[in-house]
Design a protein around this ligand. Structure first.
Ligand SMILES: Cc1cc2nc3c(=O)[nH]c(=O)nc-3n(C[C@H](O)[C@H](O)[C@H](O)COP(=O)(O)OP(=O)(O)OC[C@H]3O[C@@H](n4cnc5c(N)ncnc54)[C@H](O)[C@@H]3O)c2cc1C
Length: 495
């Protein structure tokens, strides 16, 4: 095959497209600005400790399996993926702790234990959400290149199930009365960086996905997925150049014909796949004169997800009372969410998530040691918060919460290594527009046809993949964006 495909960025979206295209015989070259592959899904190593930079929940490993299959490989030959049971723990801060399971009988018993009389709601939830999922999933697996794609028979079948007239929180009111129990099925809006009170009811399929397919962890960490994909690219003859930023795309007569690297070198291509954060790409990578629909000015009017304050701690001890994943809800969760998404201020009592991966995976720290990963949802950089000033204060606040809420006694004494990523670092170190870690928000007016298409409207022979593009910003949908782009390119060259 003679067609040369350049991929800008070795995040999950770019790597998926690269491995499928390389397997189909295209000449694939990936340019990645960071020294390692993976993007927000890269390994973060400090001393003897290994952390995930971002994703810790692997949902729908079946989609990943399909991607490997399309690249001519078997997932199990590369990764040892384990299901977590219980999936995670939800600590409501009032003494109640729910441990959701994807086994329906166990989940029903768990609901009855904490929320007597609500167990039947689970059966109705699982039945209705299954129908919704079966109709919506096929809609997320195809490109929306023309407005009329909205009118397809597939889409018409799904319309009745969109539930976009309700908020996600309202949608869960169909099944459960208790406020906290509804939170257990709606906090997943955070995966999209959105509020359950603002996010469309459509997204109840995310919690359904967990209850249907479980939460998984690959031994060695989720970043191993990126490494496995990079290996497959190389096995099929593709190349990946790390520490090689792309300065901009070269566009001639409205077509992408290559890229210019930061070194000044130019690399010709028949098609370019852009995996860099979409907001960053629009503002920096495309020549301004080539843009019509997706300009920096129009981007400024779009809604973006929240950001995250990250704390990574390598400890010389383990805290075995803490499960692999725990979510600690603020006592006034709604206020916390409004502070993040509307008021754009820092909460003094935030909700936070802790990963204690040593519970499942002994490979990430020396024996007897552990890694603690803390994610605190915070406003994106539209807030104007000065993170140079807030960084230390917020670190102290989170360390206090870890002692008080998570029971990590004497924590400070056991910290061997520590890293922090603030929204400022996401934007200026990782090229994430506004530091909005979960990309463009998933409001109805920014989904499907209204999200950046996988074949870019503004520049021919240019394809877009990653969380800021269709279908959306979780790993399974990002893998789909890579697959859709690879299929569009293959179709163009009739592979
Ligand atoms: C803290 C956090 C937690 C998350 N948790 C989960 C989770 O549990 N489960 C889940 O499913 N999803 C999660 N996500 C969301 C999502 O899965 C990840 O963000 C994912 O890594 C995004 O993949 P992507 O393909 O969009 O690209 P990215 O990971 O953003 O990769 C883009 C790549 O492009 C590179 N790049 C940028 N500019 C250039 C340039 N000029 N030249 C060359 N290369 C360039 C970057 O260095 C980067 O490597 C999380 C995200 C974050 C940030």
């Amino acid at each position: 095959m003679n067609q040369r495909i350049v991929v800008v960025g070795a995040g999950p979206g770019g790597l998926t497209a690269a491995m499928i295209l390389a397997a189909r015989g295209f000449q694939v070259q990936v340019f990645e600005k960071a020294p390692q592959v993976g993007g927000r899904n890269a390994a973060l190593r400090t001393g003897q400790y290994v952390f995930e930079t971002g994703p810790t929940f692997l949902i729908m490993p079946g989609i990943l399996e399909e991607m490997f299959h399309l690249a001519g490989r078997k997932l199990a030959d590369y990764l040892d993926i384990r299901a977590l049971e219980p999936m995670y723990r939800l600590d409501f801060g009032d003494g109640r702790r729910l441990e959701p399971s994807c086994d329906a009988a166990r989940m029903r018993a768990e609901i009855e234990r904490l929320f007597p009389g609500e167990g039947n709601g689970l059966d109705r939830y699982l039945a209705r959400e299954k129908e919704k999922f079966d109709r919506l999933l096929p809609c997320l697996r195809v490109p929306y290149l023309r407005l009329r794609d909205y009118l397809s028979a597939r889409m018409r079948r799904a319309l009745l199930y969109l539930d976009a007239h309700l908020s996600l929180f309202g949608e869960l009111g169909k099944y459960f009365r208790d406020h906290m129990l509804r939170l257990a099925f709606t906090f997943q809006a955070k995966y999209l960086g959105m509020s359950p009170w603002k996010c469309p009811g459509t997204f109840s399929i995310i919690s359904y996905l967990e209850h249907y397919a479980g939460i998984h962890h690959p031994i060695g960490g989720l970043h191993r997925i990126s490494h496995a994909m990079a290996k497959i690219v190389a096995e099929h003859g593709g190349t990946i150049c790390t520490s090689t930023p792309v300065r901009q795309l070269i566009v001639r007569d409205g077509r992408a014909v290559g890229v210019e690297l930061s070194s000044g070198e130019t690399v010709p291509a028949d098609a370019v796949v852009v995996n860099a954060d979409i907001g960053h790409a629009i503002c920096n990578l495309f020549p301004r004169s080539a843009l019509r629909k997706w300009t920096p000015e129009k981007l400024r009017k779009k809604k973006f997800s929240c950001s995250t304050f990250m704390l990574y701690l390598g400890l010389d001890r383990r805290y075995d009372h803490l499960t692999h994943h725990t979510i600690f809800f603020a006592s006034d969760y709604r206020r916390n969410v409004e502070e993040i998404t509307d008021k754009l201020v820092l909460s003094d009592e935030p909700s936070f998530y802790v990963q204690n991966a040593a519970q499942t995976d002994p490979t990430l720290a020396p024996p007897g040691h552990s890694t603690i990963y803390v994610l605190v949802p915070v406003p994106n950089n539209r807030s104007g918060i000065d993170w140079k000033q807030q960084r230390e204060r917020y670190r102290e606040l989170i360390l206090g919460l870890l002692e008080r809420r998570a029971g990590l006694t004497d924590l400070a004494r056991h910290i061997q290594v520590e890293r922090i990523i603030t929204p400022h670092d996401w934007e200026h170190g990782a090229n994430v527009y506004l530091g909005a870690t979960f990309n463009l928000a998933h409001s109805v007016d920014q989904m499907l046809y209204f999200r950046p298409h996988n074949r870019f409207d503004d520049i021919e022979d240019c394809y877009l993949v990653g969380g800021g593009t269709h279908p959306g910003s979780g790993l399974p949908t990002i893998y789909e964006s890579g697959r859709i782009a690879a299929d569009l390119i293959s179709r163009q060259y009739a592979q």
